[in-house]
Design a binder for this molecule. Structure first.
Ligand code: PGA
Length: 254
């Protein structure tokens, strides 16, 4: 019996107007209504969060935001606080996505602050880590991922670690159609779990979920999920239609 409940999340990125987002989740919720053994999460843009939250009320779909700021309120024009995300209906928040690191100056230090502040209001962070193509090709994958894990999760208590999900997303696999092979992914997932074991209690690291992200689709999800340390997926492109997202969620029912 697998001790880790799978978690499959759709990261919609900067796509969908409010009405399109509501339509998508309305269709999806019907298609996945019979799934009881997987945590199903969608992450719309900030503007669609509240409307999607209403649409999924009473369903088995939960809500995530794609980013957050670390202060609670105040003069931070353009930012959104953890409390506001909670208020809008979020249970999860994606933090440190590679696109934020690449285009918006996200660092391991800012990621750490965002995780801390999110935990403080009861949100469940999904921490993204992963190496660039050049880092993989020069044999730096493990070093890069280790530094990300250590710096982003430094000093968190056992109770805090318990609420965190990791998403391993090799940057070269995101939006490229170039998925890591199940073995390539498993190798890094096992390594991440080993690192987690050195910063928190073994029991906690064994229970933490590690999602894979990067060109996940209905055809490759089954083989990825068959690996012992792959506990779910963070899905971008293939989460944008109810048909493909639901087929990913129902990977066991092929
Ligand atoms: P992708 O994106 O599935 O489109 O590759 C994954 C992600 O960036 O979370």
């Amino acid at each position: 019996m697998d001790m880790r409940r799978p978690i499959i999340a759709g990261n919609w990125k900067m796509n969908k107007t409010v009405s399109e987002a509501v339509d998508l989740v309305r269709q999806s919720k019907v298609l996945v209504a019979d799934i009881r053994d997987i945590d199903i999460v969608v992450a719309p843009t900030f503007t669609a969060l509240h409307a999607v939250s209403r649409e999924i009320k009473g369903s088995n779909i939960e809500l995530a935001a794609q980013d957050v700021f670390w202060e609670t309120s105040g003069a931070y024009t353009g930012e959104i606080s953890p409390l506001m995300l909670k208020d809008a209906g979020c249970r999860y928040v994606i933090i440190g996505h590679s696109e934020r690191r690449q285009y918006f100056g996200e660092t391991n230090e800012s990621v750490h602050k965002k995780i801390k502040a999110s935990l403080a209001v009861g949100l469940h962070p999904i921490l993204c880590v992963g190496e660039a193509l050049e880092e993989r090709e020069t044999g730096k994958t493990f070093d890069v991922v280790k530094i990300q894990v250590f710096q982003c999760l430094e000093g968190f208590s056992r109770e805090e670690m318990d609420k965190i999900t990791i998403a391993y997303e090799p940057i070269w696999a995101i939006g490229t159609g170039k998925t890591a092979t199940p073995l390539q992914a498993e190798e890094v997932h096992a390594f991440i779990r080993e690192q987690l074991g050195s910063i928190t209690h073994r029991q906690v690291s064994e229970a933490m979920r590690i999602q894979y992200g990067g060109s996940v689709n209905p055809d490759n999800i089954g083989d990825l999920m068959a690996e012992p340390n792959i506990d779910g997926a963070l899905v971008g492109g293939a989460s944008l239609t109810a048909d493909s997202f639901s087929r990913i969620v129902k990977f066991r029912k092929k």
